[in-house]
Design a protein around this ligand. Structure first.
Ligand code: FAD
Length: 310
């Protein structure tokens, strides 16, 4: 069995594996796709001490750093079930798709998150042809163009404020009758001349000519009327979904599916820790995920050295 078994190979999982392996304990890392969200990221300019890097490059460096240590890397392995130890100090079990099963004294869950989609016709068809989920990455591509932001929570309103400084015009579309973002953000948004806010609107379709996106269709929920907005880009900002569906029966999750962790990164089960975007820790960022992953590994080590000698 492993002393530390990490599930997930993004920045949080890589940091956990390195910190654990440096303690000289048996460490394994199983990931559906090593690199995680960072693989899908182009420019990264907030990775402290590196002014600019690219996702795939950072992933290659993460992988090399993990490989500097004696870590059992199991890539392309999806965990499907977690069975916590029956008694304190016992072995936890993780079942993988395909039937294999791994056992470990401590587990660190770092399965990250994914962007929530609108699930309307055209959304997938025009992904990367106008539909995007990342204003920081793709904002500059729409310089001088018309875009919509879907979602009036903090991330949607932040995105609209951000994009208004780059693009010609922003239409912010919110399903509810009010925006849900912090008041200070809403005031800032209202002060911008090139932003229009449409509330009580349900986006029903992304349209285009098959090659490029040309707009969206929404339903006015108050009047039951259908409208079209001509656009070159759509930024979907309706939330991040933690990759924790498979943990529902094993550990405590919030109603949004985030793994509840304490200040040491421990979950509701002794000896099972979690880190990164899949947890309740706020601000889903690479440096934060790495810090939390390191912390979870140190907490796992601390737990292990307190177990009675076998
Ligand atoms: P993830 O990176 O999501 O990694 C999760 C890992 O778990 C993956 O290896 C995945 O395959 C694996 N996994 C999931 N489910 C299972 C399962 N059941 N079994 C086994 N493995 C599983 N942050 C910044 O700081 N700066 C930026 O510029 C930036 N830009 C971004 C741009 C884009 C397009 C995106 C999508 C994100 C960006 N982020 C950025 C956010 C950053 O990528 C995340 O905060 C960070 O990757 C979170 O790390 P993580 O390790 O918690 O999760």
């Amino acid at each position: 069995p492993f002393d530390v078994l990490v599930i997930g190979g993004g920045p949080a999982g890589a940091a956990s594996a390195i910190y654990a392996a440096r303690k000289g304990i048996r460490t394994g890392i199983a990931a559906e796709r090593f690199g995680g969200q960072v693989l899908d990221t182009m420019a990264i300019e907030n990775f402290i001490s590196i002014s600019h890097t690219e996702g795939p490059r950072l992933v290659a460096q993460l992988e090399q750093h993990v490989k500097d240590y004696d870590v059992d890397i199991m890539n392309l392995q999806r965990a499907e079930k977690l069975i916590p130890a029956r008694s304190e100090g016992g072995l936890h079990e993780v079942k993988l798709a395909g039937g294999a099963s791994l056992k470990a004294r401590t587990v660190i869950l770092s399965t990250g998150a994914r962007w929530r989609q609108m699930n309307v016709p055209g959304e997938n068809e025009y992904r990367n042809k106008g539909v995007t989920y990342c204003p920081h990455c793709d904002g500059p591509l729409f310089k001088g163009k018309r875009v919509a932001v879907i979602g009036g929570g903090n991330s949607g309103v932040e995105a609209a404020i951000d994009l208004a400084g780059i693009v010609a015009h922003v239409t912010l579309i919110e399903f509810d009758s009010d925006l849900r973002a912090d008041a200070v953000l809403q005031r800032k948004l209202a002060s911008l001349p090139n932003v229009k806010v449409i509330t009580s609107a349900l986006t029903t379709e992304v349209i285009g000519d098959g090659e490029k996106l040309s707009g969206l269709v929404y339903k006015d929920r108050n009047h039951d009327t259908v409208h079209e907005v001509a656009l070159e880009g759509i930024f979907v900002q309706i939330g991040l979904v933690p990759n924790t569906e498979w943990l529902r029966d094993s550990i405590a999750l919030t109603n949004r599916g985030e793994i509840e962790v304490d200040h040491r990164g421990e979950t509701s089960q002794r000896g099972i820790f979690a880190a990164g975007d899949c947890t309740t820790v706020p601000y889903k960022q690479i440096v934060i995920a790495m810090g939390e992953g390191s912390k979870a590994a140190l907490s796992a080590f601390d737990y292990l050295i307190r177990l009675p000698a076998a």
